[in-house]
Design a protein around this ligand. Structure first.
Ligand code: SAH
Length: 351
């Protein structure tokens, strides 16, 4: 059973459909009560037990006493005037805050969720990691980000990317539980094909993920064409060599048949030369993949700058010459605190 962060209490929204039915029967109720409960949580996505009007009052009281029902408080929401992107800051029960982003695309609405409070990976260009890791998020707290945004916007979310603050492969069990809940047909029912998990390259867990029998997209934050340059940007490369991370992607494709995404943040004068593009093409040759080029989002704590437009275009063209599928990521919500972790940091430094 899922112990919640409150000792002795069950984290009810992190239970799978089957576990919810079983739990409710241990309280002496018929299992259809479990079905009703699951629907309130994951179909209607209500923020508390009070709304669950067709559950007997006695059961609701008992649940309140014995379980934790997580919910998030909206602390801030910045709305882009350019493209309607919304950046949310949510407070968790313990007062910690996390960021989530809502984006509208032609193919549907997408939400970017955080998987941890802070991060301990130390990527040099990233704001989320500057204060280290505070704690993991539970499956329910990752789900709550999506549910709260659906309530706030009144719109359905069809795509989810785990690309907010935190390293999902450093919170593996909760992440996998979250994915199973999010794609469960009894509940939120978001297609696994519309879920992407991004990792800085924790190799053993990438391989484990390949064997879970999921159909999600795996994205590797590569950001460099060779080990030497990657080490300068990403300390995780000390632990897992770039070739091991790329091999784990090959394995992921073999196991799942899902095309890999490589993310590559272009940093002016650091990883954006024609030679870098050539080496990158050679590194990932033969992998069924897509490369996402992201102009780095400068953070004030570091001196990294964006590559200029012509350099970015030339980098893209070079990869295409090698037959690699590549896009330049549209920068959504540029007029609001764009880069990962910036809104949260601003909030923390003010309080
Ligand atoms: N920890 C995971 C997911 C979170 S970060 C990972 O590393 O993949 C999501 C993506 O944003 C990663 O590719 C990350 O490297 C990138 N990123 C972080 N800060 C950035 C910045 N300032 N500019 C551009 N991309 C950034």
């Amino acid at each position: 059973m899922e112990e919640s962060r409150n000792p002795g209490k069950i984290d009810i929204k992190s239970l799978t459909y089957q576990e919810t039915l079983e739990y409710v029967t241990t309280l002496g109720e018929k299992s259809f009560r479990g079905k009703q409960l699951y629907e309130w949580m994951h179909v209607h996505k209500v923020p508390s037990y009070e709304e669950m009007t067709n559950l007997p009052k006695k059961l609701r009281e008992e649940l309140k006493e014995k379980t934790t029902y997580t919910s998030l408080k909206k602390v801030d929401c910045q709305i882009s005037k350019e493209d309607g992107t919304r950046k949310y800051l949510f407070a968790l029960e313990d007062g910690n805050v996390v960021e989530s982003v809502f984006m509208r695309y032609k193919h549907g609405n997408s939400v970017c969720v955080s998987s941890q409070v802070g991060c301990r990976m130390g990527c040099r260009f990233c704001a989320s990691t500057l204060d280290g890791l505070l704690r993991n998020l539970t499956a329910s707290e990752i789900l709550d980000q999506i549910y709260s945004i659906e309530r706030d916007t009144g719109e359905r979310v069809s795509n989810v990317v785990v690309m907010g603050t935190g390293e999902p492969m450093d919170n593996y069990d909760n992440l996998v539980r979250f994915i199973r809940l999010l794609s469960d047909e009894h509940g939120a029912d978001i297609s696994q094909r519309n879920i992407t998990v991004s990792t800085c390259g924790i190799v053993p867990n990438m391989r484990r993920l390949a064997e879970e029998g999921l159909q999600i997209t795996l994205a590797l934050s590569l950001h460099a064409p060779n080990q030497e340059k990657r080490l300068e940007l990403m300390p995780v490369a000390n632990k897992y060599h770039i070739t091991e991370a790329v091999d784990a992607c090959r394995y992921y494709f073999e196991q799942t048949g899902r095309r890999i995404t490589f993310e590559y943040s272009l940093v002016g004068g650091v990883n954006d030369s024609q030679q870098d593009a050539k080496e990158l093409a050679e590194l990932i040759r033969g992998i069924n993949c897509h490369v996402n080029l992201i102009p780095v989002n400068p953070i004030k704590e570091r001196s990294y700058i964006q590559s200029n437009r012509t350099v970015i275009e030339a980098f893209k063209n070079k990869l295409e010459k090698y037959g690699i599928n590549v896009t330049i990521r549209r920068e959504m919500g540029r007029d609001i605190d764009g880069a990962c972790g910036q809104l949260r940091r601003k909030h923390i430094s003010m309080t």
